[in-house]
Ligand binder design. Structure first.
Ligand SMILES: [Zn+2]
Length: 270
């Protein structure tokens, strides 16, 4: 196994695959009759690497769930077809637009890293199973729940909860090792979405990027997000100067600027 990627077993049949690139985490939950892959990496070649790695662990038929439509979580799905692909309806709608935004992000990332060649990008696989409310999935002696806890990192984040092991795959609603990414975020809603995750009382939370964390870490991040939300509300009300908000924020100024850019004076959120 290359040092660039490795499996980490979090509980019996519940694994995370950690990648040096993008500090990405991809999930795998294995039952007696099937396995669930949580996110598919950044391009078809990377998806094929992931599928081969999954096949070294289990021969159970795969189902895919996408936590959200950012390129690094969803452009590798083709390698898993004809697996069922689950996502939130707004994730489906985003990917059904053809992937122009995701491809631009993927190319920008690849070039920023000075990679020797651009990734081969094909139109994204459009999810064919939609998560509206809770989806209770039986993988055979292994139950998982797929749910959208509300707007946060995007307007369509989905998390995967394994109640019998206490492992929660949180997508980019939780971030370890770097600030949360607000590019497509709903800063005023994000803390409530994380509070929903904490209600599950998770033992281990797997962020979309960074190392697995515990509920204490997630609580602290939720509290930081709440501080930022309060700053955003005050700036939005015209009661606080942006520069003061930047220095008072628990996150880096660049992160806070992006969060502030997501606010609109005519409404709570864009
Ligand atoms: Zn993301």
């Amino acid at each position: 196994m290359s040092a660039q990627q490795r499996w980490v077993e979090l509980a019996d049949g519940v694994l995370v695959r950690r990648y040096v690139e993008l500090d990405l985490s991809v999930g795998l939950v294995i039952g007696d009759r099937g396995c669930l892959v949580v996110d598919t990496r950044s391009d078809p070649d990377q998806g094929a690497e992931l599928r081969a790695a999954v096949r070294e662990i289990t021969r159970q038929p795969c189902t895919v769930v996408l936590t959200h439509a950012h390129f690094d979580h969803c452009l590798g799905t083709a390698a898993f077809l004809p697996a069922p692909v689950w996502a939130h309806p707004r994730c489906r709608d985003d990917l059904a637009r053809g992937g122009e935004a995701q491809h631009a992000e993927a190319l920008a990332w690849s070039r920023s890293q000075g990679l020797p060649r651009d990734p081969v990008l094909i139109p994204p696989v459009v999810p064919d199973h939609l998560i509206t409310g809770h989806v209770d999935m039986d993988l055979g002696n292994r139950r998982v729940l797929l749910t959208h806890p509300g707007r946060g990192h995007t307007d369509h984040d989905v998390v995967v909860w394994s109640p019998d092991t206490g492992v929660l795959f949180a997508g980019d609603l939780v971030e370890q090792g770097a600030d949360p990414d607000f590019t497509d975020a709903y800063p005023l809603n994000w803390p409530a979405a994380v509070t929903e995750l904490l209600r599950l009382n998770p033992r281990i939370v797997v962020p979309g990027h960074g190392d697995p964390v515990d509920a204490e870490f997630v609580t602290a991040q939720r509290d930081d997000l709440t501080v930022l939300t309060d700053l955003c509300r005050t700036v939005l009300a015209g009661e606080l100067d942006t520069q003061v908000a930047l220095s008072a924020s628990p996150f880096r100024p660049a992160t806070t600027r992006v969060a502030l850019s997501r606010l609109r004076p005519t409404g709570i959120n864009p």
